[in-house]
Structures are given as C-alpha cells and as structure tokens.
Design a protein. Structure first.
Length: 393
C-alpha cells in the first residue's frame, strides 16, 4: 500500500509532476493519492525530496518454496484443436524447465479432448494433466478458473504460463487472484534469473515506450500470459513419450451468471490473421470504409489476410478481429504490407516482428518507414489500383 506521511509533506508538487497516471493531487498543501489510479510504480517516492511518501510491501512469509516445482503451460484448445500459442509456450517452457531442473507440464481442460495429449507431448511436454469433464465442454471462465485453481493448489507449480488470448485473458487473472499471487500480462520475454532462480518477466509499458522486467519474489506460483508469435515453438518430435495424469475436479457450485450460447466464426476473414504468411493492413490513410475494399481486393489476389490499425477499427471501417497492435493481435507474417498506416508505437508492437515489412504512405516522415524493409512514399489511391491491375493481369 502507498501512504503520505503528513508530518513530512510540504506540498511542494514534486510528486505531482512525477506521476504518469494523474493519481496525485495537492489539497491544502498536502499530497493526496487516488489509490484507484495509482499503480504503485514508485516514481513519486523517488521524486519526493522530503521522504514523505512510502510504499509498504507485505510479502507472504508462510510459503515453503521447496514445495513448489514445475513449469506449467495452459494447453488452450477450441473445438478439438490446440491453439498455436501453446506450442510456442511449450518451446519457452522447455527452456525454463531445464534452467530450473524440473518438469514441463501441459494442463489440458475440456471434454473429449484426450486425443490431443500425444500432440502436446510431441511438442515438448514431459507430462499432461488432463481434466476431461462435461462442465468444461464450452469455455466459461469461472469453471476453467476453478479447475486450474484446484490443480495448482494440489500440485504447487512454480510457474504457470498461458497465452494472452481471449480465453487466457479472461480466466487466468481469476486464477492468480484465487491463488493470492501476481500475474504479468502480455509478456514478450521470459527467463530465469541465474542468481535468484526467479522468473524474469518482460513486457512493454507506457504504451510500448519502455520495456519493464517484473519479478514475483514473495508469492508463488509465478504467472504470466504471453502473446502469440513472440516465442519460438520447438519442432515436433513424432513418437516422443510422456506421462498422462487424469484428474477429476468437483464443480459443486457452477456459475449461473454466465451461460454459453453459441460460437460465431469470423466470416470476414478467410485466412487466419495470426497464422497468415502474407498480411495486408489498412489504416487511417484509407479515409473511408468504402476505400478499405481496396485492401480486400488486393488481399484476395495475393491470398493474404486482412489487418487494420486501431484507427481504422475505431472508425468502424473494419471489425475488431482484424486489429493489429498492442490492443489487438500480435502477428509475425513473412510479408506485411501497410497501406496508409503512420506507424504509431502501439501498432508497431503488434507487427514489427514480421520478416519483411513494406509500407506505402504519402508522409515521408511516417514512423513506419523506420522499421520498413521497403518504403514507398506516395498516394495509396494511385499505387494500390496499379498493384491490383498488375496482379490481375
């Protein structure tokens, strides 16, 4: 918790200037902190010349760290298929498990999904904990959280990893709260600190302008969610053997406040955006939803997936599933073609790992040209029709 020591505070405004979250106000020459806005970053503590602000940290002293062993990966699956991000997490999980001299475990939740066990083992899992239950037929976050919590309390893993997908973002925070531990979201880097053995979790902060490395020294398990396409999966080892652990979970009080109704696939995207090798993306420079049809037309000719910047999505020109960036999808295609996208840092966070980036923008100073392998300064309304014509012929 954070507090202001009234006897020391003189209302000098130093803390006010240091707070990036507008969480501090000076009232009657005394600093007041809005705890709903404060993220406990500590900037105000360092800025105060009178040591009038203090953050009190309460660590757990009842943890026997020797009881916590193993690296877990939540093996997300939908309609009988393992999510691609799981294989990437198994690749990173193998590295972490070897550094900690422990086992890598995939946790598979669902109903009639035992056919996926061998696939998880062949992609690196030493063992698979399977909960095959009718209550997990469809995804309801509280039911999944209850199952994961029960397993974690029984087996006490040291690390739990999940994809930062819709499913992972929905229920993994519930698990962290129920286990009284921390969670670092949207990680782009994970490694074991050789000195302490703690998991170093790196993620973008302040809109992607800095990279923060976070540790969880006083709580276990250490939990992270990771975006798709930022880790490397291991090659599949056909015939690899591992252990299957089948578990039964009691669901005494099923959540009735949320019921599964239906699954509606994205009909606007013929090619999976996160798996596509060629992506064509449109931004604010297209000026209208009608002009966005140029992107669809070009993508169809090139068998490419269609993406968009947040500005295009917020304007209602295209649906949210197409959004790439810090608040959208992270992709890593072979070729990324950006049409009328300036290249805000939030957008670059979602596509800068592409193998080859082509940008077309009339502004020669657009930030996207700094990371583009090929930049074309020009009017997209002149260039794209020429491209369409060329590919049509």
């Amino acid at each position: 918790m954070i507090e202001v020591i009234e006897q020391r505070c003189v209302g000098c405004n130093a803390c006010l200037k240091s707070c990036a979250y507008a969480a501090i106000a000076i009232v009657d020459k005394l600093a007041e902190i809005d705890t709903d806005k404060c993220v406990l970053c500590g900037a105000c503590v360092e800025a105060c010349p009178f040591d009038a602000i203090m953050i009190r940290k309460y660590g757990r002293t009842d943890i026997d760290r020797t009881q916590y062993k193993g690296v877990w990966v939540f093996a997300e699956q939908q309609r009988g298929h393992v999510a691609a991000v799981v294989f990437e997490l198994l690749g990173k999980g193998r590295e972490l498990a070897e550094a900690r001299n422990t086992k890598l475990t995939a946790v598979l939740l669902g109903y009639q999904v035992d056919n996926l066990v061998q696939e998880l083992i062949e992609y690196g899992a030493d063992e698979v904990i399977l909960v095959d239950d009718k209550h997990l037929t469809n995804f309801i976050d509280r039911n999944y959280a209850s199952a994961m919590q029960s397993l974690a309390e029984k087996y006490k893993p040291e690390i739990i990893l999940s994809g930062a997908s819709v499913l992972g973002r929905s229920f993994i925070p519930r698990v962290a709260v129920s286990l009284h531990t921390g969670l670092t979201a949207d990680c782009t880097g994970l490694e074991i600190d050789s000195a302490t053995g703690l998991l170093k979790q790196t993620r973008p902060a302040f809109g992607g302008n800095i990279m923060a490395t976070i540790i969880t020294p006083d709580h276990l398990p250490q939990m992270s969610t990771v975006r798709h396409k930022v880790m490397e999966s291991l090659p599949r080892e056909t015939g690899r053997t591992g252990k299957l652990i089948s578990e039964k979970i009691e669901f005494p009080e099923l959540d009735k406040t949320c019921e599964y109704e239906n699954f509606i696939a994205d009909a606007t995207q013929e090619i999976n955006l996160t798996e596509a090798n060629f992506v064509i993306s449109g931004g604010r420079g297209l000026k209208s939803p009608e002009n966005f049809q140029m992107v669809y037309e070009l993508a169809k000719k090139l068998d490419a997936a269609v993406a968009a910047s947040r500005a295009a999505v917020d304007a209602g020109w295209v649906e949210y599933p197409h959004q790439v960036g810090q608040t959208g999808k992270t992709i890593k295609p072979t070729v990324y073609l950006a049409l009328g996208i300036s290249g805000a840092i939030q957008h670059l966070a979602g596509m800068q790992s592409s193998d080859y980036i082509i940008a077309i923008n009339k502004d020669p100073d657009a930030p996207i040209f700094k990371i583009a392998d090929l930049g074309i300064v020009g009017d997209i309304f002149e260039i794209v029709p020429l491209l369409n014509k060329k590919f049509k012929s």
